[in-house]
Design a binder for this molecule. Structure first.
Ligand code: AMP
Length: 229
């Protein structure tokens, strides 16, 4: 049985942070479509060239391109991990459909949960605009420059773990963020409706709390059999 967790929420709601904790504490597998897109751009692949400007503008990459990346990633696995986090996928009802079909096709048995992170838009803006990450490809730890944040780096713009310089994501700008938020809210309800229709467990988390608080809430949620919708 494979447990599939779909981490779903607007940019800055804590999907990536929660994923990092699940990897550190439980050794779960992360499949982030944002990371797959950035890898294509860094490699300068055909796909990377096609999607670079969309990502810079905060627009969604076409469903078929994203679904194909996800399919290739799953099919290339020698052994299916017991717990998989989809971080930032699906983002449209079409993607939800394509993923559902892919899971049915490629996994014998799976347990699917949608984990929805809720947060006010004002806090999102502050979080995203103060977000930086480690430039070392092997590290990529995420930090916040928000005053008083527990995720603040110890040294100015230097990674606590590997001493590499920290940098901003090129799409974490006020202009791009508006497009990214629009893209999220445009599809939010249709995705939730898709999973309600399929009878999938839906868990709600408060994305506005501290990292540890969020992780505790997630652990409590996963210990319950059926989530509160
Ligand atoms: P993220 O790292 O998840 O915030 O994604 C960064 C950017 O990659 C998004 O703003 C989109 O342009 C693109 N992207 C990532 N995942 C998807 C997806 N599932 N569907 C469409 N575009 C995506």
């Amino acid at each position: 049985m494979t447990n599939i967790y779909l981490f779903f929420g607007p940019p800055g709601s804590g999907k990536g942070t929660l994923t990092t904790l699940c990897i550190q504490e439980f050794n779960w597998y992360q499949l982030s479509t944002g990371n797959l897109c950035r890898e294509h751009i860094q490699r300068g692949s055909q796909i990377g060239k096609k999607i670079e400007s969309l990502i810079k503008q905060g627009e969604l990459v076409p469903d078929e391109i994203i679904a194909d990346m996800v399919k290739q990633t799953l099919l290339s696995m020698k052994e299916m991990p017991k717990n998989i986090i989809f971080d930032g996928y699906p983002r449209t009802a079409k993607q939800a459909e394509l993923l559902y079909a892919l899971l049915q096709e490629s996994l014998k048995e799976f347990n699917l949960s949608l984990i929805k992170l809720n947060i006010d838009q004002e806090l999102l803006l502050e979080r995203i605009l103060t977000r930086v990450f480690c430039s070392n490809k092997a590290c990529q730890r995420v930090y916040s420059l928000m005053a008083g944040s527990a995720m603040h780096p110890k040294k100015d713009m230097i990674c606590d773990d590997c001493n590499s310089p920290l940098k901003k994501r090129s799409d974490d700008t006020p202009e791009t963020l508006n497009h990214r938020l629009d893209a999220y809210y445009k599809h939010e309800q249709e995705i939730v409706d898709f999973y309600i229709d399929k009878g999938v467990d839906i868990g709600m988390l408060n994305g506005a709390q501290t990292v540890q608080g969020l992780f505790e809430e997630f652990k409590n949620l996963t210990q319950q059999k059926a989530y509160v919708c």
